[in-house]
Write a protein that binds this ligand. Structure first.
Ligand SMILES: Nc1ncnc2c1ncn2[C@@H]1O[C@H](COP(=O)(O)OP(=O)(O)O)[C@@H](O)[C@H]1O
Ligand SMILES: [Mg+2]
Length: 259
């Protein structure tokens, strides 16, 4: 099976300084020796409590944070010197707060076309056609491209964010707490949208959440993170049936999923 994401021996620390920028350099280790692989067409879950380092790992994969170790996305090495435009065609992200991700000044059609314009992909007519196509993929009719984001519900906004992420046909989507700010029924609809997109497009996904119920519903395999380390990873069913690490057992218990 083809590998879409490969993370090898990744370490990451935040650097701060005591007394603002004057004092002692303080290194705060966040990620310790992370190794993970996501196969083509796989939904991979990353679960762990708030502050354990999930978002930071996502940022490293997106090339937004300097790290030591290696990250390959569909064979291309991420990091300093990586071709940003090539990377944008390989990996895209959806975040927790759709309102913060969408510029309220523009109509959604313009926002959706933006990745295509930046990458100089297609003619104006082809770009508009792609917008309609992607809107349909996320369950919105073409009239939505004439709306501004304040005219949308939070669930519709998140669908637009997902559509933006799909515009360049990426191989990998990172969804970081992408349903966590939605209420239960809207969250469930968006979760099912991710599942449909996976089925229809064969999309690979890194699905990040603090919620084990959600992750185990959607993901083929999961990694459990605690204090910046992956303490256990494997097939979802196997981990839920026979958890090995005490922290995984605790998460299962807290989620009412202990076998
Ligand atoms: N810009 C930053 N500077 C310093 N520390 C940070 C910064 N962003 C996050 N952290 C710290 O890194 C750790 C991991 O954060 P994060 O990756 O956001 O966790 P999660 O997504 O699992 O909730 C936390 O201890 C957090 O306080
Ligand atoms: Mg986070």
């Amino acid at each position: 099976m083809k590998t879409i994401l490969s993370v090898r021996n990744l370490f990451f620390s935040y650097v701060t300084h005591s007394l603002g920028s004057f004092g002692r350099r303080i290194e705060k280790p966040v990620l310790h020796d992370i190794n993970m692989e996501i196969a083509a067409g796989e939904i991979y879950g990353l679960v762990g409590e708030s502050g354990c380092g999930k978002t930071t790992l996502g940022r490293c994969i997106l090339g937004l944070a300097g790290y030591s170790g290696e990250i390959f996305i569909d064979g291309l090495k991420q990091g300093r010197g990586a071709d940003r435009k090539e990377m944008a065609k390989r990996v895209q992200a959806v975040f927790q707060d759709p309102s913060a991700s969408l510029n309220p000044a523009w109509k959604t059609g313009w926002l959706l076309e933006e990745p295509l314009r930046i990458n100089k992909t297609g003619s104006a007519a082809e770009r508009r056609k792609r917008v309609d196509e992607v809107l349909e993929l996320v369950g919105l009719d073409p009239s939505y491209k004439g709306r501004r984001t304040h005219e949308l519900s939070v669930g519709q906004k998140q669908r637009i964010c997902i559509a933006c992420a799909l515009m360049l046909r990426p191989r990998l989507i990172i969804a970081d707490e992408a349903v966590s700010s939605l209420d239960v029924s809207v969250g469930a609809q968006v979760l099912n949208l991710f599942r449909e997109l996976h089925q229809n497009l064969g999309l690979s996904m890194l699905f990040i959440s603090h919620n084990l119920n959600i992750v185990s519903y959607l993901c083929h395999r999961i990694a459990v993170m605690k204090d910046g380390r992956i303490v256990e990873q494997g097939e979802t069913g196997e981990i839920c049936r026979t958890p090995r690490h005490p922290y995984t057992r605790m998460l299962l218990e807290a989620s009412g999923m202990m076998p």
